[in-house]
Ligand binder design. Structure first.
Ligand code: GDP
Ligand code: IMO
Ligand code: MG
Length: 423
């Protein structure tokens, strides 16, 4: 009678989609609890590659009920496109997907506001995905947003006009051109009609009933802990609670039902968008990670910033989430490094060293302190069992486990479902 939670522990794109898809056969329900189309979760199997934005990553497995919870901000236009793109898989969306009537709707004007706010910030922009995430959560907290359940109201159009009029005044203040708006609104209202054919329910009842009935439920996080609205590197964060606690508020389940917390991290770090990144590499090593890891955004295509693993940051994420098991992703991307560095602390301007993650503003002047380990420097293509890993990789895993005090129970060595090694 527990719900397990799977989260990214870094700045997103750790490989959550791959792992949820891999673990899904052990579950009967997979539920997204926050974020929206800013997420891009990649799944690879049987020679196909698929990127999901709002649909939970359990969708390709039979007999899994997928939930989009109340904590999600949902773009109907994107969801319609996602469903259409999955046509060839013959998925019964009415049966296998339920959408919370309490999820907040991303409106066309939210996307324009996102762009207007970013433009007005100039150099200080967040580097948002421009999917309307911030403005939509702003309206949710401001108690003026529209929710999925509102689509069923006869006066939905009037409600839309009421809120979009307010948005237009703000856009006018920013002198933002509205040329694209009529086309966006056309698509939006088409998608709203399509939405009415989907399974729109109070998902909190479904999730709690499943847990009470002893069915296995997995909550799928989006983004990462270091992008959390409270604990991330504010203001360079997303607008939702990306941590374990967010799974409770984003699905309507009590904290007492949380079971395992699976924390996913890359064997190194990446970040897309602006904000502090203490171990970022600006040299050939960073280029190599980007090249070998194909580190380009799944949602926006932007090049991801790359750097060495940051242990203070990882320890912090483990602490705020209560992680019980770690999964290390993309180990294969480090195959061609003779040496691997890991940041174990930060040197402060006064020369002292701390292993506390400094979550504050980007102007903190800190210098990472590194430990250097020997790289395995060989391909992992043929490895099928943990015990067959090269000694240096086993040494890397054991070093991290020692530092983090949480077992690393899975190591991922390629994007395909099959390239997953359990300990
Ligand atoms: P998510 O947002 O956390 O689901 O991650 P993304 O899908 O945005 O980014 C992870 C990328 O790494 C995707 O392109 C995956 O196919 C890929 N990937 C996942 N695991 C591995 C791995 O172990 N090795 C390699 N080389 N790629 C991986
Ligand atoms: P997944 O689920 C990586 C980043 C953006 C930007 C900041 C705020 O695929 O791991 P937003 O559009 O949310 O207002 O952008 O957060 N960001 C992500 N980075 N992976 C994601 O999702 C992200 N979702 C948002 O790049 O820096
Ligand atoms: Mg992603």
């Amino acid at each position: 009678m527990k719900m397990d939670v799977l989260l990214g522990l870094q700045w997103g794109d750790e490989g959550k989609g791959k792992v949820v898809d891999y673990l899904a056969p052990a579950y009967e329900m997979v539920a997204r609890f926050q974020g929206g189309p800013n997420a891009g979760h990649t799944l690879e199997f049987d020679g196909i590659k698929h990127v999901l934005h709002q649909i939970p990553s359990g969708i390709f497995r039979n007999n899994i009920h997928n939930i989009i919870g109340n904590g999600v901000v949902l773009d109907p236009v994107v969801l319609k496109k996602e469903i259409e793109a999955l046509k060839k898989f013959n998925i019964d969306f009415r049966k296998n997907l339920a959408i919370s009537k309490k999820a907040t709707i991303i409106l066309p004007t939210h996307k324009l506001l996102d762009a207007a706010y970013e433009k007005s910030k100039g150099e200080k922009k967040i580097g948002s995905t421009l999917k309307g995430i911030g403005p939509t959560y702003q309206d949710k907290i401001g108690r003026v947003a529209l929710r999925v359940g509102d689509m069923l109201a006869p006066d939905f159009k009037e409600r839309y006009l009421d809120i979009s009029d307010r948005h237009r005044s703000i856009l006018d203040y920013y002198q933002y051109k509205l040329n694209d708006l009529p086309a966006l609104e056309g698509e939006f209202f088409d998608a709203v009609e399509f939405f009415k054919s989907l399974n729109l329910v109070e998902t909190e009842f479904e999730v709690n009933a499943a847990i009470r009935a002893g069915r296995k439920v997995l909550a799928e996080g989006a983004q990462g802990s270091l992008l959390d609205i409270d604990f991330g590197s504010y203001p360079f964060v997303t607008s939702s609670s990306t941590m374990t606690a967010g799974a409770c508020t984003g699905l309507g389940v009590p904290p007492s039902v949380i079971g395992e917390v699976f924390g996913i991290f890359k064997a190194y770090c990446t970040r897309v968008g602006s904000g502090p990144f203490p171990t970022e590499l600006f040299n050939e090593e960073g280029e190599q990670m980007r090249r070998d890891g194909n580190e380009f955004g799944s949602t926006t295509g932007r090049a991801r910033r790359c750097g060495w693993l940051d242990l203070p940051a990882l320890k912090y994420s483990i602490m705020i989430n209560g992680v019980t098991q770690l999964f290390m992703m993309k180990a294969d991307v480090l195959n061609n490094f003779e040496q691997i560095r890991v940041c174990t602390g930060y040197e402060l301007p006064d020369g002292s060293v701390t292993d506390h993650y400094l979550t504050g503003s980007s102007d903190e002047v800190i210098k990472p302190v590194y430990k250097t380990l020997k790289g395995w420097n060989c391909s992992l293509d043929e490895v099928a069992h943990y015990k067959d890993f090269p000694d240096e990789l086993i040494n890397y895993v054991e070093f991290l486990e020692n530092e983090l005090n949480v077992p690393i129970n899975m190591v991922s060595v390629g994007p395909d479902r099959k390239k997953t090694i359990l300990k």
